[in-house]
Write a protein that binds this ligand. Structure first.
Ligand code: FES
Length: 630
């Protein structure tokens, strides 16, 4: 079984007893048992594992509702416990779950819920109990006097004395005026452990964040109400860097060739994110200055460029990133965002140059690191990211699939936009097309390409090697379709939709023999990727209990046809599911819950990256995968 950093080890070195790698917690009355790293609070351990404990503050230590009783083992009494319980209750084991740290194995009684915890369903059916890094506290403070000469900042910090906060300079500059103008009735705005603002009056109802999925092609923004976990508005647009190339390699090349291009591309990323921010805030009627935090999931190149970091070493072997993790104290202003001037930004770390933060976010949303089932995560694009594993181990790799799925390198290819054929189904007698926007077909997008090839293999007009059958056989195999199999110059093509004069192949939408080859290369690269991961894990395709097709392309791909082509292992079709835009979902989760964010960072230790490009077995495996399955 592959090594997984998360499993850790318990041991003794040089006479020093190491801390246990995990402690066991048993929750009563449900009897649920969980294993967590020592030091995790009982509240976090419970919510990570879907056990609800009463709370209205989400674990911030202000509501005192998270009462539990330690039945076995022990937990230290925190200063807040002393305020929440009588000495007798403390002796009986009562503690606040959000303050009680699990240092040893514990048995815990959870009283019935009085209030419903605020939770949101995000990701692949994940329940996230709200505990954003951003929070607001309304404070009615005592006015200074000669007998109370605390500074303005001390006065505010004393109002939130359950937190140890650092203070942003901007707050120090404005706090005096704000306190006096508001009669010392103010709202403290906190992100993580930083006081980013003191606002006049009670602004606690206005706390927002924006989650970004920064794709090479498309960028998506979701505005979240952090008080309720509700998405208020979503907007997407093409990445403004598009004119500099369709994929990361061409953008890196543009930066290498022309001085100043990095600054231009970083500016375009900022403009794209800023326009989307204005769009979602406008849709929801939210003042962008009330957005206190943003999270961004993007591949390594997109994230590097957005921060103005030179991505050149990512584009050539040995493919080195400037950094895997981004500084903890990033400001949204570093991305050029027109939100609260001291809003913070969280950027997902990358596993490798070609398994980036978008995949970290996707894994978070899919919960692969917490699921006992062995699952395969496949994000299909020009670069295909693949992760295999379960809660005990995870392996990741990147397969160079090429641009076929984006519609590039395909003669009649186009992006998934209005007019793109996205669904193709065939019987020997007829052909049906599904077109985006119900428009006249203008080209073939990635999912249409997969459908078309899978259907042609299905009816027998393409053989397993990917060659169109001879014309004299076609009429016998598929009488209603044979007329579509024709020649364009010296190349054999299959016409999907006739346009122009009857028989005008050149103006029609067709699939050429070379297009089929492009798809075969892409499919072989992906299948080689997951086959190598399976071999590393000592498993076979039958051991995979679920395949998650991720990313915008994966969401549109027909699972049945993905199996038929061998893009994913041959499994019962119900085990292959479209997971949707998991990168964006992961970004939302990181904003809604600091625990989930910690989980995303922990993935760095839990995922082992397997580099394909230097493997001696890659070429043989690739050639084996070129054929379509039986
Ligand atoms: S969850 Fe509110 S005080 Fe513990």
């Amino acid at each position: 079984m592959p090594a997984a950093g998360a499993t850790g080890a318990t041991g003794v070195a040089d006479g020093v007893t190491a801390a246990p790698a995990r402690v066991d917690l048993e929750f009563q009355p449900s009897g649920t048992r969980v294993r967590v790293p020592p030091g995790v609070t009982v509240f976090d351990a419970a919510s990570w594992n879907g056990i609800a404990i009463d709370s209205t503050c989400g674990g911030h230590g202000t509501c005192k509702k998270c009462k539990i009783r330690i039945l076995g083992g022990g937990a230290d009494v925190s200063p807040l416990d002393a305020r929440a319980f009588s000495p007798d209750e403390l002796r009986d084991g009562w503690r606040l779950a959000c303050r009680a740290q699990a240092a040893t194995d514990l048995r815990i009684e959870v009283p019935p819920l009085v209030t419903r915890p605020k939770a949101a369903t995000v990701g692949v059916g994940r329940q996230v109990i709200l505990r954003p890094a951003a929070q607001k506290r309304y404070l009615e403070l005592a006015e200074p006097s000669l007998s109370d000469q605390r500074t303005d900042i001390e006065r505010v910090l004393d109002g939130v004395d359950d937190l140890e906060l650092r203070v942003d300079l901007g707050v120090v500059r404005s706090v005096g005026q704000v306190l006096r103008a508001a009669d010392f009735k103010v709202t403290a705005v906190i992100v993580d452990d930083v006081l980013i603002d003191v606002q006049p009056g009670d602004t606690t109802a206005r706390l927002y964040a924006v989650a970004f999925d920064l794709g090479t092609t498309t960028v998506v923004a979701t505005l979240l109400d952090l008080a309720t976990g509700t998405p208020l508005a979503v907007a997407s647009m093409l990445n403004k860097q598009q004119p500099f190339g369709a994929d990361v390699i061409t953008r890196i090349s543009a930066i290498m060739m022309e001085p100043g291009t990095l600054t231009t591309l970083a500016g375009l990323a900022g403009e794209t994110l800023a326009e989307l921010t204005a769009d979602v805030c406008g849709q929801a009627g939210v003042d962008a200055a009330d957005v206190c935090e943003v999270a961004l999931a993007g591949n390594a190149t997109m994230t590097h460029i957005a921060l103005g970091i030179d991505p050149e070493p990512l584009g050539v072997a040995p493919f080195i990133m400037a950094t895997r993790e981004y500084p903890e104290v990033l400001a949204a202003a570093d991305l050029g965002l027109p939100v609260h001037p001291r809003a913070r930004a969280f950027l997902f770390p990358a596993f490798g140059a070609y398994v980036g933060g978008d995949i970290t976010a996707g894994l978070l949303a899919s919960g692969m690191d917490r699921d006992s089932r062995t699952r395969l995560f496949v994000d299909i694009g020009t670069n295909c990211e693949i992760v295999l594993g379960n809660r005990d181990w995870l392996l990741a790799t990147a397969a160079p699939a090429g641009p076929a799925f984006e519609g590039a390198a395909i003669r009649c290819g186009m992006r998934a936009a209005d007019g793109a054929i996205e669904v193709v189904s065939m019987s020997p007698d007829e052909l049906e097309l599904g077109v985006i926007g119900d428009a006249e077909p203008a080209g073939l997008c990635g999912s249409g390409l997969v459908d078309a090839v899978a259907s042609l293999v299905g009816v027998g007009l393409l053989d397993r090697s990917g060659r169109f059958v001879p014309e004299d056989q076609a009429a016998g195999i598929a009488p209603g379709l044979a007329g579509r199999l024709t020649m364009l110059g010296a190349e054999r093509v299959f016409v999907l939709h006739w346009l122009g004069e009857p028989g005008d192949v050149a103006r029609s939408i067709y699939l050429s023999q070379r297009d089929v080859r492009e798809l075969q290369f892409a499919k072989a690269a992906i299948a080689t990727g997951w086959n190598i991961l399976l071999a590393e894990a000592g498993l076979g395709p039958g051991d995979i209990q679920q395949v998650l097709l991720a990313g915008s392309f994966g969401s549109y791909l027909s699972p049945g046809n993905a199996i038929k082509l061998g893009l994913v292992p041959r499994l019962p079709v119900l085990r292959v599911v479209s997971a949707g835009n998991v990168a964006g979902e992961g970004a939302k989760m990181a904003l809604l819950s600091v625990r989930e964010r910690a989980g995303a960072l922990a993935l760095q230790e839990e995922v082992r990256y397997v580099e394909l490009s230097d493997r001696s077995d890659f070429n043989d495996a690739f050639v084996d995968q070129l054929q379509f399955p039986e």
